[in-house]
Every structure is written in structure tokens, then in C-alpha cells.
Design a protein. Structure first.
Length: 278
């Protein structure tokens, strides 16, 4: 007898043509506004948010512009962002530089889906890492985007990783994605911000992530207990969304979860950092 997962796959394939979700050849789609060239080392405000593909919706724009106005993030890490296949601009980012890494094309709606990293400055380097394994049903990979930025009055550069970790696969495939990211991150000697939707819906996944974070010398942004409980979970699982960092100092009480934002089933995470010259 097939198990529940197999039944779900069989049912989904009855309604989804095999050609609907296709791999994309683009590495990144970019918009460089030629803005400032360095991040302020004394204050790096970060927004991390899985927006659940709602960035075509009016209610999402209202929430997003409210966040920009009130918190003025310097770095924005978004997951599950949609973009029209023949569109050259993603609405809402006209005053920021951004890089968009799609992981598939929805042939029915003619849209990409992927992750987006935006900043007030231009990135000096970009790299996309696409998983070798695919999630079931849709047969799509997951994608991570690594970007590097200059810091004011510093020789060190800031490496950022915006990642959406693979879901609905066995632990070995989950571990393989993290291992590939670890290899890419470990070569950087300067400060790091590693953020995204890590899909940590089981204790076993949490242990694998924790071991990776320890090996890389990363710390988790500290959300007070009343804030932490607002972070997206699957039933009683650990949080799904995280902001990790290294070589930076976290501003006390800066980590917030914007619980009033309802345009995604994930709540936006905020944190602020200062560069520490060691």
C-alpha cells in the first residue's frame, strides 16, 4: 500500500502537467541603480522574510512599504519571490540594488519563482548555488544567493547568504545542500550574514543546522522569548526562519518579529548589526 506521501504525489500529478515547472537558465537577474558603494559599518539593518509569492498583491505592497518606511533596512533577504518572465524590474525596489536568483519558471503563469537580495549599495560579487536534488511533486530545486559588499572604512568585506533550504526530502539531501553552502561560506575570512527560510520542521534537521552553524563560527540573532514564539513554525517544530552572523556585533534588543504583518504566513524578521574590527 502506498503511504500518504505517495498518495499526495499521485494526486498532484493528476492536476499538474509535467512541463509546467521548468528549470531556468538564468543565474541572476539584476538591477544596479548605481547608489552608494559602501555599507555603514556602524549600522547594518537586516530584513529577512519569506513572502510566499505575494509580491504581486496590493496588500503585500502596503506591508512592504510600511516596513521600508519605519525600519529602513540596509539589506533585504526575501524568499519565494515572483517575477514576470519578460519583466525587467521587480516592483517595490526602484531605490535599491537587487539580485534575483530564480529556481524555476511556472510555464502556466509565465513567472519565475526564486529569492531576492536587495541592498542600498552595489554588490561586488554574486554567486548562485542551486541544489542538486529536487523537491517531490513539482520536481524543482532550491536556490541560495551569495553576495559580497564593501564596508565603510574597512578592508574586510561582508559576505551575505540568502537561502531557502530544500523541503520534503530525506535528511541526506537536506544535509547535502547545507554542506555545499558551508564550503562556499568557509572560504570567507570576514564578517558574514546567513539568513533565510531554513525549513527546520524537525528536530533532526535542527541538529544538522546547529552543527553547521557551529563549524562556521556563526551566532544566531537573539530574539527575546516573546519575539521568538512569533517566528513561523510547523506545528511544534523549531523556527523555520533565521538570521545568523559572524564578525559582527548584534545591537541589543534590535531583533524583532513583525507580528502585525499578515501578507505572508511567515513574519518578517529584523535585526541590526555593527562591524567589529578584530
Amino acid at each position: 500500500m502506498p503511504d500518504i506521501k505517495e498518495h499526495a504525489v499521485i494526486l498532484a500529478r493528476q492536476f499538474l502537467p509535467y512541463y509546467r515547472f521548468r528549470r531556468t537558465q538564468e543565474s541572476t537577474i539584476d538591477s544596479d541603480q548605481g547608489l552608494q558603494t559602501e555599507l555603514n559599518s556602524n549600522s547594518i539593518k537586516v530584513l529577512n522574510w519569506n513572502i510566499a509569492k505575494n509580491n504581486f498583491e496590493k496588500f503585500w505592497f502596503q506591508d512592504f512599504f510600511k516596513i521600508l518606511r519605519l525600519y529602513q533596512p540596509d539589506l533585504i533577504f526575501l524568499q519565494e519571490v515572483r517575477m514576470g518572465v519578460n519583466v525587467e524590474q521587480i516592483m517595490g525596489f526602484t531605490n535599491m540594488n537587487w539580485a534575483y536568483a530564480p529556481n524555476f519558471i511556472d510555464a502556466h503563469h509565465q513567472t519565475y519563482s526564486g529569492i531576492l537580495t536587495a541592498a542600498k549599495i552595489s554588490a561586488i560579487a554574486k554567486k548562485v548555488i542551486i541544489t542538486k536534488h529536487h523537491e517531490p511533486v513539482f520536481k524543482t530545486p532550491k536556490v541560495s544567493l551569495i553576495t559580497e559588499y564593501s564596508l565603510s572604512h574597512q578592508e574586510q568585506t561582508l559576505l551575505t547568504i540568502n537561502s531557502h533550504l530544500i523541503n520534503f526530502v530525506d535528511l541526506e539531501k537536506f544535509k547535502a545542500q547545507l554542506h555545499e553552502l558551508e564550503l562556499a561560506i568557509s572560504t570567507h575570512s570576514g564578517p558574514i550574514i546567513f539568513a533565510g527560510d531554513f525549513n527546520i520542521w524537525s528536530r533532526k534537521r535542527a541538529v544538522i543546522l546547529e552543527k553547521t552553524v557551529i563549524r562556521l563560527g556563526l551566532r544566531e540573532a537573539h530574539f527575546a522569548p516573546e519575539e521568538n514564539k512569533k517566528i513561523k513554525r510547523f506545528l511544534l517544530s523549531p523556527p523555520l526562519d533565521y538570521i545568523f552572523y559572524r564578525g559582527l556585533s548584534e545591537q541589543p534588543a534590535s531583533a524583532k518579529v513583525l507580528d502585525e504583518i499578515c501578507s505572508s504566513d511567515h513574519k518578517p524578521l529584523l535585526a541590526e548589526f555593527t562591524y567589529v574590527d578584530t
